[in-house]
Design a protein around this ligand. Structure first.
Ligand SMILES: *Cc1c(COP(=O)(O)O)cnc(C)c1O
Length: 354
């Protein structure tokens, strides 16, 4: 078995892979891949995925949960279109590649973007602090975990209408959904296979867009009215996400996961900080517990170190091309034993080089 530190699509529990594969062959006598999404058996799956999301995250009354397509990338557009109000202006916090994408796409549908804070000056290696949202904007958008740079908001900004791309840390820890108007997340970082995108939206905000160009598919009100079935949903992705949520619930929910994720991150950062061959690439107080970015203090050792972790059956460790170095993604399903294997490779490398 390989230790998959890849940034996405994500590792999922082995039991989930097994159950999902079984349903490809037999889902009540059909394959999950051929069953009609209108059939009561699949409608029950969608209902359960929605219900589990609400239970696991503690989604309060007055919110709708949707599973749509298009990834978080289409989410950039969908959120801008649905949150547009009289100002047609929104505040964005720019903490990396994905925030920059959200900013770009909001501009394309007619939002005037105020970039009220940015960490671009230091290659997105920190989270801007002391952020105050102006009053004359329709909403504030931020990215809770920066998958590529390896930073994470440990305190969320405050705003009257808060919107968040939580693609890479949703379900990794407890959150207060009531603080948000809209949360969205591509499934493939911590929830399930690529294909589904999760939206958690306050019912109050549905149907209030001032955009004149709202494609039917992107109208969250229309999607909510149709229970995410305005067209064919990503059936297999929703099914597998449902299995994963069930597994998460059975293993103590996000509260328990948060403890495990804290322990995994602490173990790896402790090694990065104490091992003279490695250093972290972002501000310590803003380090992500999902995507740990680090590099060698001596780049000439790269080839040798790469050989070592590869021979320990580790995969997915190279950093994103915009950052370089290494990135260890510690998503929910990654066991602490995999982190121990990586830490041992790092320790052994230091012993050999000492
Ligand atoms: C991966 C990622 C995206 C892009 O997701 P797609 O589903 O591929 O469009 C957006 N935001 C964040 C934070 C991500 O990690």
């Amino acid at each position: 078995m390989k230790h998959n530190f890849g940034a996405g699509p994500c590792i999922l529990p082995q039991a989930v892979f097994k159950q999902a594969s079984e349903a490809v062959l037999d889902f009540n006598g059909l394959s999950i891949l051929e069953v009609s999404h209108r059939h009561k058996d699949f409608v029950a799956v969608m209902d359960e995925a929605i219900d589990l999301t609400k239970k696991v995250l503690g989604v309060p009354d007055g919110y709708s949960v949707l599973f749509l397509q298009g990834g978080a990338t289409l989410g950039f557009t969908i959120t801008a279109l649905n949150m547009m109000r009289e100002h047609k202006r929104a505040a964005y916090i720019n903490t990396g590649t994905w925030s920059s994408g959200a900013i770009r796409e909001a501009g394309k549908v007619g939002i005037e973007v105020l970039e009220i804070a940015s960490s671009q000056d230091r290659n997105f290696s920190y989270i801007p602090k002391g952020i105050v949202c102006p009053d004359d904007v329709d909403y504030l958008h931020f990215t809770s975990n920066n998958t590529i740079a390896g930073t994470q908001f440990h305190d969320f900004p405050k705003a009257k209408h808060l919107v968040c791309d939580m693609s890479s840390d949703i379900f990794s820890k407890e959150i207060n959904v009531a603080d948000f108007d809209l949360i969205y997340a591509g499934a493939q970082k911590n929830l399930g296979p690529a294909g589904a995108t999760l939206y958690i939206v306050k019912d109050e905000v549905l149907g209030k867009s001032t955009s004149q160009f709202m494609p039917t598919y992107m109208d969250l009100k229309k999607q909510a009215d149709k229970g995410s079935m305005l067209n064919t949903p990503p059936v297999f992705s929703v099914y597998t996400a449902m299995l994963n949520l069930k597994d998460l619930q059975a293993h103590g929910g996000v509260k328990e996961k948060q403890k495990q994720n804290d322990a995994k991150a602490a173990l790896l950062y402790q090694e990065i900080d104490s091992n003279p061959l490695f250093e972290g690439t972002v501000a310590k107080e803003d380090r992500s517990k999902m995507n740990v970015t680090f590099k060698l203090t001596d780049e000439s050792l790269k080839e040798e170190f790469d050989k070592n972790w590869k021979s320990a059956d580790i995969v997915g460790l190279p950093g994103h091309r915009s950052v370089g170095g290494y990135r260890a993604s510690l998503y929910n399903a990654l066991e602490i034993d995999s982190v121990r294997v990586l830490v041992e490779v790092m320790k052994e490398f230091a012993r050999v080089k000492a």
